[in-house]
Ligand binder design. Structure first.
Ligand code: URA
Ligand code: SF4
Length: 204
């Protein structure tokens, strides 16, 4: 009886995946590990299905994301939403996060020291969500998660491994808005991501 009681207390105290995600979100929201905390209106932790099979990782919040506290809600976000819908899913089926959780002023590129300060949060998100496939949007996500300095055009279209998950790099939707010629390749990448997530489900 005594043992049961102790076990029960132990179980109650150990955080489940949901609590762990909430804990992580609380940590991000109070984070001051790099100077970007000073200029943020909101942290952009990430959102979606905490058990998603597919996780998208972008670069950093822009103006609209900073204002709303949500990832990919501006022009690039609308394109990403359409890309997700084109593979037969909705935003709530997948998980969407960024390398940086706070907006770099004027949307400048993330600095290496900001990425170093922030990337542990992303790694922890991956560990908790355990997606089958991660789609890296653009060079910052791909360089951070694959520890490479290769260009996105060299890396895309292939399946890589990142933290024991399959990783497919593709162009960032903001780059696709500037260069429509890359859309065909991005579409191929998205179809690959979808196929990989299905192949694994079928094999189970
Ligand atoms: N670009 C990104 O990389 N992330 C966002 O959340 C929005 C735009
Ligand atoms: Fe912390 Fe990341 Fe925000 Fe920097 S960008 S303050 S490391 S949450």
């Amino acid at each position: 009886m005594m043992e049961m009681g102790e076990r029960f207390i132990f179980l109650e105290k150990s955080p489940g995946p949901k609590d762990a995600m909430q804990d992580l979100m609380n940590k991000v929201e109070s984070c001051k590990k790099c100077p970007l905390f000073k200029s943020r209106k909101n942290c952009v932790f990430g959102e979606g299905n905490p058990r998603a099979e597919i996780m998208f990782v972008g670069e950093a919040p822009g103006r609209e994301e900073d204002a709303k506290g949500r990832p990919f809600v501006g022009a690039a976000g609308q394109l990403l939403t359409r890309m997700i819908e084109a593979i037969g899913l909705s935003r709530s089926d997948v998980y969407i996060a960024n390398v940086l959780k706070c907006r770099p002023p004027g949307n400048r590129d993330p600095l290496p020291e900001e990425v170093d300060a922030c990337k542990e949060f992303l790694f922890k998100q991956i560990e908790l969500i355990k997606p089958k496939v991660i789609c890296g949007l653009g060079s910052h996500a791909t360089r951070t998660l694959l520890e490479t300095s290769e260009s996105i055009s060299k890396m895309r279209g292939k399946v890589h491994t990142c933290r024991s998950r399959m990783f497919v790099p593709t162009y960032h939707p903001a780059a696709l808005l500037r260069n429509a010629g890359w859309k065909r390749a991005a579409w191929e990448d998205l179809k690959l991501v979808r196929r990989l997530s299905k192949d694994l489900s079928d094999a189970r």
